[in-house]
Write a protein that binds this ligand. Structure first.
Ligand code: ADP
Ligand code: MG
Length: 329
Protein backbone atom coordinates (compact mmCIF):
# COMPACT_ATOMS: atom_id res chain seq x y z
CA UNK A 1 0.00 0.00 0.00
CA UNK A 2 1.13 3.58 -0.72
CA UNK A 3 0.48 6.77 1.23
CA UNK A 4 -1.78 8.01 -1.61
CA UNK A 5 -4.32 5.31 -0.67
CA UNK A 6 -4.90 6.68 2.85
CA UNK A 7 -3.99 10.31 2.13
CA UNK A 8 -2.15 12.86 4.24
CA UNK A 9 -4.91 13.02 6.84
CA UNK A 10 -5.25 9.26 7.06
CA UNK A 11 -1.53 9.19 7.76
CA UNK A 12 -1.76 11.90 10.43
CA UNK A 13 -4.64 9.99 12.06
CA UNK A 14 -2.48 6.87 12.23
CA UNK A 15 0.25 8.88 13.92
CA UNK A 16 -2.02 10.62 16.43
CA UNK A 17 -3.63 7.26 17.31
CA UNK A 18 -0.27 6.14 18.73
CA UNK A 19 0.49 9.22 20.81
CA UNK A 20 -0.22 9.51 24.54
CA UNK A 21 -1.91 12.51 26.10
CA UNK A 22 0.00 13.66 29.19
CA UNK A 23 -1.27 16.53 31.33
CA UNK A 24 1.33 19.03 30.12
CA UNK A 25 0.01 18.74 26.54
CA UNK A 26 -3.02 21.04 26.50
CA UNK A 27 -3.50 20.74 22.72
CA UNK A 28 -1.69 18.00 20.78
CA UNK A 29 -1.86 16.78 17.18
CA UNK A 30 -4.99 17.95 15.33
CA UNK A 31 -5.16 21.72 15.72
CA UNK A 32 -3.20 24.53 14.06
CA UNK A 33 -0.55 24.59 16.77
CA UNK A 34 0.30 22.54 19.83
CA UNK A 35 -0.12 24.06 23.30
CA UNK A 36 2.17 22.74 26.03
CA UNK A 37 3.08 23.64 29.60
CA UNK A 38 6.57 23.87 31.04
CA UNK A 39 7.45 23.04 34.64
CA UNK A 40 7.38 26.14 36.93
CA UNK A 41 10.65 28.08 36.87
CA UNK A 42 12.06 26.25 33.87
CA UNK A 43 13.05 27.68 30.47
CA UNK A 44 12.38 26.17 27.03
CA UNK A 45 15.20 24.47 25.08
CA UNK A 46 14.56 23.93 21.35
CA UNK A 47 16.61 22.01 18.80
CA UNK A 48 16.05 20.78 15.28
CA UNK A 49 17.80 18.24 13.09
CA UNK A 50 17.18 17.12 9.56
CA UNK A 51 17.84 13.68 8.10
CA UNK A 52 17.97 13.61 4.31
CA UNK A 53 17.97 10.41 2.25
CA UNK A 54 21.28 10.06 0.43
CA UNK A 55 22.99 12.54 2.79
CA UNK A 56 22.30 11.22 6.31
CA UNK A 57 20.90 7.79 5.59
CA UNK A 58 20.73 5.28 2.78
CA UNK A 59 17.55 3.26 2.28
CA UNK A 60 19.68 0.35 1.03
CA UNK A 61 20.50 -0.44 4.66
CA UNK A 62 18.36 1.73 6.93
CA UNK A 63 15.56 -0.30 8.45
CA UNK A 64 12.56 1.99 9.01
CA UNK A 65 12.18 1.23 12.73
CA UNK A 66 15.76 2.23 13.56
CA UNK A 67 15.50 5.25 11.26
CA UNK A 68 12.45 6.42 13.22
CA UNK A 69 14.34 5.99 16.49
CA UNK A 70 17.45 7.72 15.17
CA UNK A 71 15.45 10.73 13.89
CA UNK A 72 14.52 11.45 17.48
CA UNK A 73 17.81 10.28 19.03
CA UNK A 74 19.96 12.86 17.23
CA UNK A 75 17.74 15.55 18.75
CA UNK A 76 17.63 13.90 22.17
CA UNK A 77 21.42 14.04 22.12
CA UNK A 78 21.36 17.84 21.63
CA UNK A 79 19.03 18.26 24.61
CA UNK A 80 21.29 15.92 26.64
CA UNK A 81 24.29 18.09 25.75
CA UNK A 82 22.54 21.13 27.27
CA UNK A 83 21.65 19.17 30.40
CA UNK A 84 17.96 19.54 29.53
CA UNK A 85 14.93 17.32 30.03
CA UNK A 86 13.36 16.34 26.68
CA UNK A 87 9.59 16.96 26.54
CA UNK A 88 7.86 17.63 23.19
CA UNK A 89 8.67 16.70 19.59
CA UNK A 90 7.47 17.93 16.19
CA UNK A 91 7.99 15.55 13.27
CA UNK A 92 7.98 16.83 9.69
CA UNK A 93 8.35 14.46 6.76
CA UNK A 94 8.56 14.82 2.98
CA UNK A 95 7.61 11.45 1.53
CA UNK A 96 8.38 10.16 -1.98
CA UNK A 97 5.17 8.64 -3.43
CA UNK A 98 6.79 5.24 -4.00
CA UNK A 99 7.71 4.74 -0.31
CA UNK A 100 5.54 1.84 0.99
CA UNK A 101 3.05 2.57 3.76
CA UNK A 102 4.52 -0.35 5.74
CA UNK A 103 7.85 1.46 5.77
CA UNK A 104 6.21 4.63 7.11
CA UNK A 105 4.29 2.70 9.77
CA UNK A 106 7.50 1.05 11.02
CA UNK A 107 9.26 4.41 10.91
CA UNK A 108 6.53 5.99 13.09
CA UNK A 109 6.58 2.98 15.46
CA UNK A 110 10.33 3.40 15.97
CA UNK A 111 9.99 7.15 16.49
CA UNK A 112 7.19 6.73 19.05
CA UNK A 113 8.99 3.89 20.87
CA UNK A 114 12.06 6.09 21.33
CA UNK A 115 9.85 9.03 22.37
CA UNK A 116 8.14 6.89 25.03
CA UNK A 117 11.49 5.61 26.42
CA UNK A 118 12.75 9.16 26.84
CA UNK A 119 9.52 10.70 28.18
CA UNK A 120 8.81 12.70 25.00
CA UNK A 121 5.35 13.39 23.53
CA UNK A 122 4.85 13.97 19.80
CA UNK A 123 2.76 17.15 19.62
CA UNK A 124 2.66 17.90 15.89
CA UNK A 125 4.56 18.23 12.66
CA UNK A 126 4.01 18.54 8.95
CA UNK A 127 3.53 16.09 6.10
CA UNK A 128 4.39 16.73 2.47
CA UNK A 129 5.07 14.69 -0.62
CA UNK A 130 8.62 14.73 -1.99
CA UNK A 131 9.81 14.67 -5.58
CA UNK A 132 13.25 13.71 -4.36
CA UNK A 133 14.15 11.42 -1.48
CA UNK A 134 12.67 10.89 1.97
CA UNK A 135 13.35 13.90 4.19
CA UNK A 136 12.80 13.95 7.96
CA UNK A 137 12.97 17.02 10.15
CA UNK A 138 12.48 16.75 13.89
CA UNK A 139 12.19 19.61 16.35
CA UNK A 140 12.59 18.68 19.98
CA UNK A 141 11.73 20.90 22.92
CA UNK A 142 13.01 20.37 26.40
CA UNK A 143 13.16 22.23 29.69
CA UNK A 144 15.56 22.97 32.51
CA UNK A 145 16.13 25.56 35.23
CA UNK A 146 18.04 28.42 33.54
CA UNK A 147 21.01 28.18 35.92
CA UNK A 148 21.36 24.44 35.23
CA UNK A 149 21.62 24.71 31.43
CA UNK A 150 25.14 23.74 30.27
CA UNK A 151 26.69 25.62 27.36
CA UNK A 152 29.71 25.10 25.13
CA UNK A 153 31.31 28.26 26.47
CA UNK A 154 32.30 27.53 30.07
CA UNK A 155 35.56 25.55 29.77
CA UNK A 156 38.48 26.98 31.81
CA UNK A 157 42.22 26.28 31.70
CA UNK A 158 42.93 23.44 34.12
CA UNK A 159 39.56 21.71 33.56
CA UNK A 160 39.56 18.03 32.76
CA UNK A 161 38.03 16.83 29.48
CA UNK A 162 35.74 13.80 29.78
CA UNK A 163 33.83 11.73 27.26
CA UNK A 164 31.06 9.20 27.84
CA UNK A 165 30.85 5.68 26.38
CA UNK A 166 33.17 4.81 23.49
CA UNK A 167 34.30 6.60 20.32
CA UNK A 168 34.59 5.50 16.70
CA UNK A 169 31.95 2.76 16.67
CA UNK A 170 29.47 4.61 14.47
CA UNK A 171 32.10 5.45 11.83
CA UNK A 172 33.22 1.82 11.87
CA UNK A 173 29.59 0.68 11.57
CA UNK A 174 28.98 2.96 8.58
CA UNK A 175 32.10 1.61 6.86
CA UNK A 176 30.90 -1.96 7.44
CA UNK A 177 27.49 -1.10 5.94
CA UNK A 178 29.16 0.43 2.88
CA UNK A 179 31.14 -2.80 2.49
CA UNK A 180 27.90 -4.82 2.50
CA UNK A 181 27.78 -6.10 6.08
CA UNK A 182 24.41 -5.84 7.76
CA UNK A 183 24.79 -6.84 11.41
CA UNK A 184 27.07 -6.35 14.39
CA UNK A 185 27.43 -4.06 17.39
CA UNK A 186 29.15 -1.21 15.50
CA UNK A 187 26.45 -1.26 12.80
CA UNK A 188 23.75 -1.07 15.47
CA UNK A 189 25.50 1.91 17.01
CA UNK A 190 25.40 3.64 13.65
CA UNK A 191 21.78 2.80 12.86
CA UNK A 192 20.34 3.14 16.38
CA UNK A 193 22.53 5.33 18.60
CA UNK A 194 21.65 5.69 22.29
CA UNK A 195 21.65 9.33 23.37
CA UNK A 196 23.03 10.00 26.86
CA UNK A 197 20.11 11.90 28.36
CA UNK A 198 20.23 10.38 31.83
CA UNK A 199 23.93 11.24 32.14
CA UNK A 200 23.51 14.75 30.68
CA UNK A 201 20.71 15.57 33.05
CA UNK A 202 22.39 14.04 36.11
CA UNK A 203 25.55 16.08 35.41
CA UNK A 204 23.57 19.28 34.86
CA UNK A 205 21.29 18.84 37.88
CA UNK A 206 24.39 18.73 40.09
CA UNK A 207 26.04 21.62 38.15
CA UNK A 208 29.11 19.47 37.44
CA UNK A 209 30.21 20.33 33.86
CA UNK A 210 31.74 23.71 33.01
CA UNK A 211 30.89 23.06 29.35
CA UNK A 212 29.30 20.26 27.34
CA UNK A 213 28.56 19.18 23.74
CA UNK A 214 27.50 15.95 22.08
CA UNK A 215 29.91 14.19 19.72
CA UNK A 216 28.02 14.27 16.43
CA UNK A 217 30.72 15.48 14.02
CA UNK A 218 33.74 13.74 15.57
CA UNK A 219 35.76 14.32 18.73
CA UNK A 220 38.17 16.90 17.28
CA UNK A 221 35.46 18.93 15.56
CA UNK A 222 33.17 18.96 18.59
CA UNK A 223 35.97 19.65 21.08
CA UNK A 224 36.94 22.44 18.68
CA UNK A 225 33.47 23.98 19.18
CA UNK A 226 33.92 23.99 22.97
CA UNK A 227 37.37 25.60 22.60
CA UNK A 228 36.12 28.25 20.16
CA UNK A 229 33.22 29.21 22.45
CA UNK A 230 35.35 29.09 25.61
CA UNK A 231 38.46 30.83 24.22
CA UNK A 232 40.75 28.04 25.39
CA UNK A 233 42.95 25.25 24.01
CA UNK A 234 43.18 21.56 24.85
CA UNK A 235 45.60 18.71 25.23
CA UNK A 236 44.21 15.25 24.48
CA UNK A 237 45.89 11.94 25.33
CA UNK A 238 44.88 9.97 22.23
CA UNK A 239 45.86 6.59 23.67
CA UNK A 240 43.39 7.11 26.51
CA UNK A 241 40.31 7.41 24.27
CA UNK A 242 37.63 4.88 25.28
CA UNK A 243 37.15 2.12 22.70
CA UNK A 244 34.60 -0.69 22.55
CA UNK A 245 35.67 -4.32 22.39
CA UNK A 246 34.11 -4.65 18.91
CA UNK A 247 36.13 -1.64 17.76
CA UNK A 248 39.38 -3.07 19.12
CA UNK A 249 38.68 -6.40 17.43
CA UNK A 250 37.78 -4.86 14.07
CA UNK A 251 40.30 -2.03 13.69
CA UNK A 252 44.09 -2.54 13.83
CA UNK A 253 45.65 0.06 16.11
CA UNK A 254 48.36 0.68 13.47
CA UNK A 255 45.86 1.32 10.65
CA UNK A 256 44.99 4.86 9.46
CA UNK A 257 41.30 4.14 10.19
CA UNK A 258 42.06 3.66 13.89
CA UNK A 259 42.87 7.35 14.45
CA UNK A 260 40.43 8.56 11.80
CA UNK A 261 37.39 6.83 13.31
CA UNK A 262 38.16 7.71 16.93
CA UNK A 263 39.28 11.33 16.40
CA UNK A 264 37.12 12.37 13.44
CA UNK A 265 34.37 9.77 13.10
CA UNK A 266 30.92 11.30 13.53
CA UNK A 267 27.61 10.19 14.99
CA UNK A 268 28.74 8.54 18.21
CA UNK A 269 26.33 10.79 20.14
CA UNK A 270 28.44 10.57 23.27
CA UNK A 271 28.72 13.52 25.66
CA UNK A 272 31.96 15.49 25.74
CA UNK A 273 32.26 17.77 28.76
CA UNK A 274 34.76 19.65 30.86
CA UNK A 275 34.90 19.63 34.62
CA UNK A 276 37.09 21.33 37.21
CA UNK A 277 39.52 18.87 38.90
CA UNK A 278 37.64 19.26 42.24
CA UNK A 279 34.45 17.97 40.60
CA UNK A 280 35.93 15.00 38.74
CA UNK A 281 34.88 12.57 41.48
CA UNK A 282 31.34 13.97 41.31
CA UNK A 283 31.36 13.42 37.55
CA UNK A 284 32.43 9.81 38.09
CA UNK A 285 29.62 9.30 40.63
CA UNK A 286 27.09 10.84 38.22
CA UNK A 287 28.35 8.49 35.52
CA UNK A 288 27.94 5.51 37.82
CA UNK A 289 24.45 6.62 38.87
CA UNK A 290 23.39 6.93 35.23
CA UNK A 291 24.97 3.66 34.12
CA UNK A 292 27.24 5.27 31.51
CA UNK A 293 31.03 5.09 31.65
CA UNK A 294 32.95 8.36 31.60
CA UNK A 295 36.66 8.60 30.70
CA UNK A 296 39.06 11.51 31.31
CA UNK A 297 40.89 12.08 28.00
CA UNK A 298 42.83 15.32 28.52
CA UNK A 299 42.80 18.83 29.85
CA UNK A 300 41.87 22.39 28.89
CA UNK A 301 44.83 24.74 28.37
CA UNK A 302 45.16 28.50 28.17
CA UNK A 303 46.54 28.19 24.64
CA UNK A 304 44.52 27.70 21.50
CA UNK A 305 43.95 24.67 19.29
CA UNK A 306 44.19 21.00 20.20
CA UNK A 307 47.46 19.25 20.98
CA UNK A 308 47.28 15.48 20.56
CA UNK A 309 49.80 13.42 22.50
CA UNK A 310 50.31 9.65 22.39
CA UNK A 311 51.38 7.42 25.26
CA UNK A 312 55.03 7.62 24.13
CA UNK A 313 54.89 11.40 24.58
CA UNK A 314 54.94 12.11 20.83
CA UNK A 315 52.71 14.64 19.11
CA UNK A 316 50.18 13.42 16.57
CA UNK A 317 48.85 15.42 13.60
CA UNK A 318 45.43 14.27 12.34
CA UNK A 319 44.57 14.12 8.62
CA UNK A 320 41.24 15.93 9.09
CA UNK A 321 39.26 17.20 12.03
CA UNK A 322 35.70 16.01 11.40
CA UNK A 323 32.62 16.12 9.24
CA UNK A 324 31.69 19.38 7.58
CA UNK A 325 28.78 19.31 5.14
CA UNK A 326 30.22 22.00 2.90
CA UNK A 327 33.95 21.39 3.26
CA UNK A 328 34.20 19.63 -0.12
CA UNK A 329 31.70 21.67 -2.12
P1 ADP B 1 -1.92 22.99 8.92
O1 ADP B 1 -2.45 22.92 7.53
O2 ADP B 1 -2.68 23.89 9.86
O3 ADP B 1 -0.43 23.18 8.97
P2 ADP B 1 -1.73 20.17 8.94
O4 ADP B 1 -2.85 19.65 8.10
O5 ADP B 1 -0.40 20.29 8.36
O6 ADP B 1 -2.21 21.54 9.55
O7 ADP B 1 -1.62 19.29 10.26
C1 ADP B 1 -2.75 18.92 11.00
C2 ADP B 1 -2.28 18.46 12.35
O8 ADP B 1 -1.49 17.30 12.22
C3 ADP B 1 -1.42 19.48 13.08
O9 ADP B 1 -1.70 19.35 14.47
C4 ADP B 1 -0.01 19.02 12.80
O10 ADP B 1 0.87 19.42 13.82
C5 ADP B 1 -0.21 17.50 12.76
N1 ADP B 1 0.76 16.82 11.89
C6 ADP B 1 0.92 16.94 10.55
N2 ADP B 1 1.90 16.14 10.09
C7 ADP B 1 2.39 15.48 11.16
C8 ADP B 1 3.42 14.54 11.37
N3 ADP B 1 4.18 14.10 10.34
N4 ADP B 1 3.63 14.10 12.61
C9 ADP B 1 2.91 14.56 13.65
N5 ADP B 1 1.92 15.44 13.53
C10 ADP B 1 1.66 15.92 12.31
MG1 MG C 1 0.95 21.84 8.14
Amino acid sequence: MRLSEIGEFGFIDRISGRVGNPEEVVVGIGDDAAVTVLSPGMVLLSTSDMLVEGVHFDLAWSDPYSLGRKSLSVNLSDIAAMGGIPKFALLSVAIPPELPLDFLERFIEGFIAQAVSYGVTLTGGDTSSSRGGFVISVTLQGEQYPEKVVRRSGACAGDIICVSGTLGDSALGLQMLIKGERSGAAIMRHLDPQPRNVLGRTLADAAIPSSMIDVSDGLLADLGHILAKSGTGARVAIDSLPLSSCFKRAVESSSPEFRRYTLSGGEDYELLFTVSPERLDDARSAAEASGTAVTAIGGITSGNGIILVDSAGGHYTPESSGYDHFAHV
